[in-house]
Design a protein around this ligand. Structure first.
Ligand SMILES: Nc1ncnc2c1ncn2[C@@H]1O[C@H](COP(=O)(O)OP(=O)(O)OP(=O)(O)O)[C@@H](O)[C@H]1O
Length: 695
């Protein structure tokens, strides 16, 4: 038989099994729907039962409905091939592996869930350690039709003649496919080193490091699906949070978990981790560096002790014919004493009123023959409406946003910062908050979150927010059972505090590449990170990924040449796939950079089937974005270096590497990120004839 007919015959064999599976899945769907309906009936019936029976029925109903919905969700997930693998083993067993476990009506296995221990050899068996696997087969389908198969022969000596082997490797086939709008799952081709990280126990901190394109993000997301499958009660109950660098990134990865039937996981970016705030701006590097540093904690702690700018500076009250007066210094002393108390300011207004009354009594006491006693004064003044009005404006309930905006006043900021910030830093920060219309930046979100905790939750009914950006603070942020942090190398210490607050009782998966870091003080970030994990004694597990699955070998070779001063050769992963096409480095004059970029993008759009990205310094971004819109191409994106983190395109036009480097102190690392976004084609436009070797 020719190779093609062997392949076709084998595809037909697999199609037969896949058909059986889908028939069974249709039956299971019917059973699950019936179970859900039965649950609803139970609830209905419960209303007519005695209380005791009612509770039991409602419990049963809840379990039933939840279970049925879970089954329906996984059955309805957008499967790109429900059955994707087959193992033929030495004990003559055949096992099919898929996105979901399916048994026939006799309870025999039709498909084993990829996350089940029995499926592990599908990912872990190698020619050196075959684990009894003779042939591993990846089955590729479109909808319910099998379109291709790819085999790996792991034990040639054990293979029988009736066992054909076809295909050139499923991994390479999968890596070569065009990239679309969203990241895809990799369940069919997870590699051994990745599988070990995915299946690591949930406890403590699992750190996954690796160079660009090593599948860190993919691994972290598959690990979430694995943990939810293995320990749904613990993980699902309190929830899983995945934190990524930008909304573009969370949107890019948003389909991966649902495609594995998991739609309960919360994906957030650092700019929208705090409910009610959506930061759309980023600060220039030096400003973000100050805002992210732990020194800001002290500044904020002092800021909440300051009187609001519009607070009255004198209290005058006429009582029993006398004027009782507290001047600015006396008021400041009262304010400080209330702040020294146990409660946060938004919960201290009653304490503030009491302290003022006490201070007024001390005034009254100093007058000769003052006609009333302490208790009387406190009761009477405490009930006076003018006194209440004063308290409300003098001890205002503040929102985090109000406090932060208050710091745009340079003098106030310098006073609060003391020696914690230099004058230049005070100027940078005050300028960044100067425009009240501008909205908050990504780095501000961590500061607002810090303030939320420092200020405390205002008493519910009394508080009316003057800052309509923020709803009253939530206090249930610390309830997640597992937190995944992607691109962890870039979190500032203040951002680690914000994320850590949400994971007080959580286990962690932390993913990053130290070489791609754009954070200027890694030691401080490391310290904040340790604190977020619950101290240095928390159990750590480390996995290093060493194969770059994204870039062609030719593209990564260029990135490797450019990156020599930020990474040593042993830190660089190995790119497995060659396209035979070298990146194009094109020199042009400054005035023509933008037009040449658009032209290069148009060329690449015609060369690749998937997405094309133009990556540029942020100064060039608005102009290029508008110009690119003119091309009317929905496969084209324009992003700056930082935005490109974690994303990938089939082809990339990188505009003026020198500008990306010059943009910030961590420019060389940003350039490394930008150079490693393309899977197939890369064009670099530069005005520097000596690039890449000249610098
Ligand atoms: N085992 C695999 N099978 C198929 N594709 C894979 C595999 N591992 C990774 N990939 C693909 O390689 C690309 C890079 O993966 P991913 O984005 O997870 O890498 P990363 O390490 O997070 O990259 P970076 O840090 O550069 O953003 C993705 O397209 C991913 O689907």
């Amino acid at each position: 038989m020719s190779e093609t007919s062997v392949r076709e015959a084998e595809i037909a064999v697999e199609q037969k099994h896949v058909d059986v599976v889908y028939t069974r899945v249709a039956e299971m769907r019917g059973e699950a729907e019936a179970m859900r309906d039965r649950g609803d009936e139970l609830a209905h019936g419960a209303r007519n039962e005695a209380v005791f029976e009612q509770a039991a029925m409602l419990f049963e109903r809840d379990v039933m409905v939840r279970h049925a919905n879970q089954i329906l969700r996984s059955l309805d997930a957008e499967h790109e091939g429900l059955v994707f693998g087959r193992l033929d083993t030495t004990d003559t067993e055949t096992m099919y592996v898929g996105r979901l476990g399916v048994r026939d009506s006799e309870f025999d296995n039709l498909v084993t869930d990829w996350r089940a221990p029995a499926a592990a050899p599908f990912y872990q068996a190698t020619a050196e350690q075959p684990m009894g696997v003779i042939r591993r087969r990846v089955i590729r389908s479109t909808g319910q039709s099998v379109v291709d198969i790819d085999d790996d022969l792991l034990m040639p000596e054990a293979r029988q003649e009736t066992m054909p082997v076809v295909g050139e490797g499923a991994l390479i086939a999968s890596l070569t496919r065009a990239r679309g709008e969203n990241m895809r799952d990799i369940v069919a081709t997870i590699q051994k080193e990745q599988d070990e990280a995915i299946r690591a126990p949930w406890r403590g901190v699992t750190e996954i490091t690796g160079g660009p394109g090593t599948g860190k993000t993919a691994v972290a997301l598959h690990r979430v699906a694995y943990l939810l499958y293995r320990d749904r009660r613990r993980m699902g109950g309190a929830g899983v949070l995945v934190v990524g660098p930008s909304p573009a990134f969370t949107s890019y990865i948003s389909r991966v978990l649902p495609s594995m039937g998991e739609d309960t996981v919360e994906l957030r970016s650092l700019s929208d981790l705090l409910d009610g705030v959506k930061a759309t701006r980023t600060d220039p590097g030096p400003v973000a560096a100050v805002k992210g540093s732990l020194r800001m904690r002290r500044v904020l702690k002092k800021a909440i002790r300051e009187a609001p700018a519009d607070a009255p500076t004198e209290l005058r009250i006429v009582y029993h014919g006398e004027v009782l007066k507290l001047d600015a210094r006396e008021l400041a002393r009262v304010r400080a004493s209330v702040h020294n108390g146990r409660r946060p300011p938004n919960q201290s207004r009653v304490d503030a009123a009491e302290a003022l009354l006490e201070a007024l009594w001390r005034k009254a006491e100093s007058y000769e023959d003052f006609p009333v006693k302490r208790a009387e004064l406190i009761t009477e003044l405490g009930e006076r409406i003018d006194f209440h009005r004063f308290v409300v404006v003098w001890w205002q309930l503040l929102t985090p946003g109000e406090v932060l905006r208050g710091l745009s006043d340079r003098r106030r900021l310098a006073r609060t910062a003391g020696r914690g910030l230099t004058r230049a830093e005070v100027d940078l920060l005050a300028d960044s908050w100067a425009d009240p219309e501008a909205g908050f930046t990504v780095a501000d979100v961590a500061l607002l979150d810090e303030l939320r905790v420092l200020l405390g939750r205002p008493p519910r009914r009394r508080h009316r927010s003057r800052d309509n950006q923020l709803p009253p603070p939530r206090e249930d942020y610390d309830e997640y059972s597992h937190i995944v942090v992607d691109e962890a190398q870039d979190l500032s210490p203040m951002q680690w505090r914000m994320v850590g607050r949400r994971g007080k009782y959580a286990s962690w998966t932390v993913v990053g590449d130290p070489v791609q870091s754009s954070w200027p003080d890694p030691a401080e970030a490391r310290q904040a990170q340790e604190a977020a994990f619950g101290g240095p004694r928390t159990q750590h597990r480390r996995f290093a990924l060493r194969t770059n699955y994204r870039n062609s070998a030719e593209i990564f070779a260029l990135a490797g040449r450019v990156v020599t001063h930020v990474a040593t050769p042993d830190q660089l992963p190995h790119a497995v796939r060659s396209t035979g096409v070298d990146p194009l480095v094109q020199v042009c004059v400054e005035d023509e950079l933008d037009t040449t970029a658009l032209k290069a993008a148009a060329d690449l759009l015609s060369e690749v089937d998937g997405t094309v990205g133009i990556i540029t310094a942020s100064s060039r971004l608005p102009g290029l974005r508008t110009a690119a819109e003119g091309l009317g191409e929905d496969r084209l994106r324009v992003v700056d270096g930082l935005e490109s983190k974690g994303l990938e395109y089939d082809a990339v036009v990188l505009v003026e590497p020198g500008e990306l480097v010059a943009e910030s102190t961590t420019g060389p690392r940003t350039l490394y990120v930008a150079l490693t976004r393309a899977t197939q084609r890369l064009t670099v436009l530069t005005t520097d004839e000596t690039w890449p070797d000249g610098r």
